[in-house]
Design a protein around this ligand. Sequence first.
Ligand SMILES: [Zn+2]
Length: 222
Amino acid sequence: MPDLYLKKCRCPYCLKETDTKRVLSRHIRVEHTDMDGFVHYQGPNVYFYEPIQCSHCRFIFHEAFEKLRPDVRTLLETDILSMLPVLPFSATERSVKQVLYLYKLCLYMAQVTLQKDSIQAMLGIRISWMYRLLEDLEQELSWTMRSVQKYETIYLEYSDAVRTGIPHDVLLLRISDLYATLGDTDNAKQWYGLIFQSKTVSDRIKKEAREHWELYREQHPI
Ligand SMILES: [Zn+2]
């Protein structure tokens, strides 16, 4: 695996260091990016190496995970960790099916450990992208739908970028792009419209939204 290296990560549960594979930055080559932010890589796929399984305690996590609450730690210890499978491929090169399984377990751990909704939604999107790679359109769109619903909840309960975990204008663009991915013209139009009319959205996000909406209109003549 010449394109990968071992990175040390601290497990949020047992706090020990565990090794995980990562793509060497000099081998990261972007081919193109889909409207919803999914990056296609020419070389090794960076997304394949985001979920981590701790080699000491089995916990499966993402580097975005935050500190675990004491009650959550107790729950993990009594009910969850011993049930988790030990996945040898979590320490090696991974296939798309293997990483899909890891992402699902990682999302389950995010739910159990009460990670922010923005982290759970981010993992949901990655699951939809893995289905895109597998060309399983039905599963892909089902996960896109779940993710956009999660992001809408985040929008309704928004406080600030730090607490919510995502800047407000990025969130608006994310929801718009996901509706565009679903081919939901009414909702895409409405959410992109919010961006175009907003006085607080940055010029960069407005420009990106305009490009995405134009592309959508070309692909879906109304
Ligand atoms: Zn651990």
